[in-house]
Design a protein around this ligand. Structure first.
Ligand code: NAD
Length: 335
């Protein structure tokens, strides 16, 4: 299968980016896109010189070798299962489903049908996160005494989106929970979270917070602090700090880091900072769809399994619960 025919369902914000990357991915000979907004799919296809299907049923019947799902979260379960039932590998944007309860039947169906499904946690294809995983696995950092993960947007998304996002930990920090599990190979067993609302009161009115912090305890006792905000005027700030008994490693500390030094004469980082997740992870998103093309050809990489994605979502759920109740919450393992 040198020239793959891939399908893409959903050409919204992230779907268009995946489409642009897919048409230039080596070995992908043909791309067909579909969206419930058929005009939108047609317009994207015309712009990129790929094909458009009138709907997802036609997309699945078009003889595709693999399916990328980039619709809204509510449609993920039905489209993942449709791809599995059509016998093609699926790369679905995170999360598997709007909540963990809705995710479990998807996992069961995929397992029962022997489906090949991976979930879009693109940080697993970011050079810095990959180096952190390698360095930790090689023992270069010694044992970790502290982990600090940061994900901050410059400005909040529309309040209408926040009302359905599931909360800051589920929407943003789930990426941090995923990489903490992936890099350390450990499970988060307890989360204690706090949040604040000093920005637009409308965010609080829809039940979310604009900034939050979670202290996570891993199953070997290691502590991880995960923080997020919607109001980081200094830039889109995504970092991970691994502090070990031998060395400290920082992901995201480059010339575009969204911070400045308070020390006299220090001009690092030179900037400009990243402003969006699409910019910050442009290379990772490209590598992620290339890894999916490899997977369709039978070559396994670092793509996130549905089980791992749901495990990260369970940590996010625990953080949301702790935020709501004010008490630490145990993270129960997958049944
Ligand atoms: N990995 C990441 O960094 C990242 C970043 C942003 C969003 N996401 C995820 O990507 C998904 C999409 O987010 P978005 O911001 O692009 O949303 P969006 O609303 O901009 O786009 C969704 C698109 O899907 C289409 N759609 C809805 N139902 C459909 C169906 N049944 N068949 C075909 N098309 C359908 C919509 O018309 C729309 O064009 C979400 O699940 C979100 O969690 C992931």
């Amino acid at each position: 299968m040198s020239d793959l025919h891939l399908g893409l369902a959903g050409v919204g914000r992230i779907g268009v980016m995946h489409a642009r990357n897919l048409v230039t991915t080596p070995g992908v000979g043909r791309l067909t896109v579909a969206d419930v907004d058929a005009d939108r799919a047609r317009a994207v296809a015309d712009e990129l010189g790929c094909d458009a299907a009138p709907d997802t049923a036609a997309l699945l019947a078009a003889g595709i070798d693999g399916l990328v799902v980039a619709t809204g979260t509510a449609q993920h379960p039905e489209l993942v299962l449709a791809g599995v039932d059509a016998g093609v590998p699926v790369l679905c944007e995170k999360p598997v489903a709007p909540d963990v309860a809705l995710s479990l039947p998807v996992l069961e169906h995929v397992a029962a049908r022997g489906g090949v499904v991976r979930i879009g946690h693109q940080r697993r294809y970011d050079a810095g996160y990959l180096e952190a995983k390698r360095a930790h696995a090689a023992g270069e950092l010694g044992w970790l005494h502290s982990i600090r993960a940061v994900t901050c947007d410059v400005t909040p998304p529309p309040v209408a989106f926040l009302a359905t996002s599931g909360g800051l930990f589920r929407d943003c920090s789930v990426h941090d929970f995923d990489v903490i599990r992936w890099i350390t190979g450990r499970e988060v067993v307890e989360v204690s979270a706090r949040g604040s609302n000093n920005g637009d009161p409308a965010i609080g009115a829809v039940g979310d917070v604009d900034s939050a912090l979670a202290v996570c305890t891993l199953d070997d006792g290691t502590l991880a602090v995960v923080s997020a905000s919607r109001y980081n005027g200094g830039g889109h700030d995504v970092r991970l700090e691994l502090q070990g008994s031998l060395a400290t490693l920082l992901v995201g500390l480059d010339e575009r880091a969204a911070l400045r030094s308070a020390e006299p004469g220090v001009t690092f980082p030179a900037g400009p900072p990243h402003l969006t997740f699409a910019e910050r992870f442009a290379d990772a998103y490209r590598a992620e769809v290339a890894a999916f093309a490899d997977l369709v050809r039978g070559v396994e990489g670092e793509l996130c399994t549905p089980e791992d994605a749901v495990a990260a979502s369970r940590v996010a759920d625990a953080a949301q619960e702790s935020l709501a109740t004010g008490v630490p919450v145990r993270v129960e393992p997958l049944p």
